[in-house]
Design a protein around this ligand. Structure first.
Ligand code: TMP
Length: 232
């Protein structure tokens, strides 16, 4: 089958059906805009299964996603989307770049979730954009920005309690949206420990890609533990 696109963590293939593609989840991992590279054993299997689980749960709660079915351990069949060139980040606590930007201590709980938009542009290192920048670049109309905000907050409202029941705190996460063949706005890409910060609700231990980004060790073990908790 035709390879349509290869990203840092996934490959996208033609399926022969105009409206659908196959997403293959790889074990390769990158950080800091591709400057750090590595492999996380079985990550593709973990992330494919978790994405399928989260997308299924979200659609059961009224949120449209591109997910159709899991084909095999590394492959999902999804709707072909015309992607919006923005990364939508939702934050429930201070971590990562919000800590770096504000100096607030990591782990500080936010009274109200914070939303951020980043420009999907590797050459520029995916910079943070404000609403005026989004208009300047014509990436999304003000109305679409409002819909993206609302959808991302709904995802947060549905995933946060689900994960907490797995003893995982959803600290922050990144979403990508696009238009499906029917012209609907739907959630795309993946939801996994690559794209979420997940902290153990008891110990506070990091159970996500920060273990790889920051060389904390126990990377595979953390991915497997999230898999075990969410899939049980
Ligand atoms: P940040 O604190 O580095 O801005 O990351 C916020 C969230 O977005 C975090 O859950 C990790 C996720 N993320 C991605 O999915 N892809 C990326 O390229 C980056 C930088 C962050």
């Amino acid at each position: 089958m035709n390879l349509l696109y290869e990203g840092k963590a996934k490959k996208v293939y033609d399926t022969g059906d105009e409206g659908q593609v196959r997403m293959e989840f790889k074990d390769s991992a990158t950080a800091f805009n591709g400057q750090k590279r590595g492999e996380i054993a079985e990550k593709g299997i973990v992330n494919a299964a978790l994405s399928a689980r989260f997308f299924t749960w979200l659609s059961q709660h009224g949120i449209s996603t591109h997910f159709i079915e899991q084909i095999d351990p590394r492959n999902l069949r999804v709707e072909r989307l015309n992607m919006i060139g923005l990364e939508v980040v939702v934050r429930n606590s201070v971590a990562g770049s919000l800590h770096q930007r504000t100096g607030l201590p990591e782990g500080t709980a936010l009274d109200v979730p914070i939303l951020e938009f980043y420009y999907k542009n590797d050459a520029l290192g995916d910079p943070l954009l404000n609403d005026d920048h989004i208009q300047l670049l014509a990436l999304a109309s003000p109305d679409l920005v409002a819909r993206l905000r609302q959808q991302a907050l709904r995802v947060n409202q549905v995933l946060r309690p689900f994960l907490l029941r797995c003893d995982l705190v959803l600290v922050d996460f990144k979403l990508e949206f696009g238009w499906n063949p029917a012209g609907d706005l739907v959630l795309g890409d993946e939801i996994s420990p690559d794209t979420c910060r997940l902290w153990d609700s008891v110990s506070g231990e990091r159970m996500d890609k920060d273990r790889f980004r920051r060389d904390l060790g126990g990377v595979e073990e953390a991915y497997q533990e999230v898999y075990r908790r969410v899939m049980q």
